[in-house]
Design a protein around this ligand. Sequence first.
Ligand code: SF4
Length: 283
Amino acid sequence: MRVVVARHMGFCGGVRRAVDLALRAARNGQGGATTWGPLIHNPQEVARLQREGVRVAERPEDLDGGAFVVSAYGVESAVLDAARRRGMPVVDATCPVVTRAHELAQQLAEEGYFVVAVGDHGHPEMVTLKEKLGDRVAVVHTPEEAARLRLRGKVGVLSQTTQSLENFRRIVADIVTRVKETKVINTLCPAITVRQEEAHRLVQEVDVLLVVGGRGSSNTTRLAEIGRQRGVATYHVETAEELQPSWFSPDVTVGVISGASTPDWIIEQVLQRLDEVRTQLGG
Ligand code: SF4
């Protein structure tokens, strides 16, 4: 059994920064730290952070004491205001790539473009963009939704930083044919596109694709979709314990890839387990 590990594994820069800032805030001896919902889409890492003093608030009444850490994709203003009202110092861990994408959207709106953002409804990055631009932006998730938009005048198109390149491409291709003037800004995060490109390359040389990361992580799920779409046996695991020896055989090549919110310690455990399986199967 041959194992090929993707080059881009583990946290992206924005997630690493958010985790470091949250841990620093939790350890500064002033009542710990609180995030609104999980800081990242990886339950095992969120549990580890909780053990280190990073609490997860689910309701406004949970916002109580310590620092409030804004996650990498931002937080809606009502929550931020509630934290401030409760006297919590705010630590802004918004990823600079997300901040930059919002600035570009704002710029488009100021130049008179109606902004179409390709993204997931309800994702904090899109919710906060909507808060900033109001009725000067529409969020669309699918080409069908984009087709239903009544567009005229100047239209600016950009993307949620973690969207799939393919989805963005399809929606842009449709919009440019429908209005007189379109300005497209590629705001996809390079950390995401590089992983998607690597997944496309990997599936050409492997028989089995093992995707490591949170099941609620959309960028991890998209990597698994790439494997399935190409007809490769694809398994998405959160932990090493989920690995089943029956997925593998001595003559297969296994590709391993991870999402941008998967910590190194989980990847190491998965690779170690894979090594045990390889030994069991006789190499
Ligand atoms: S994937 Fe990109 S945008 Fe998202 S946190 Fe990481 S670096 Fe920032």
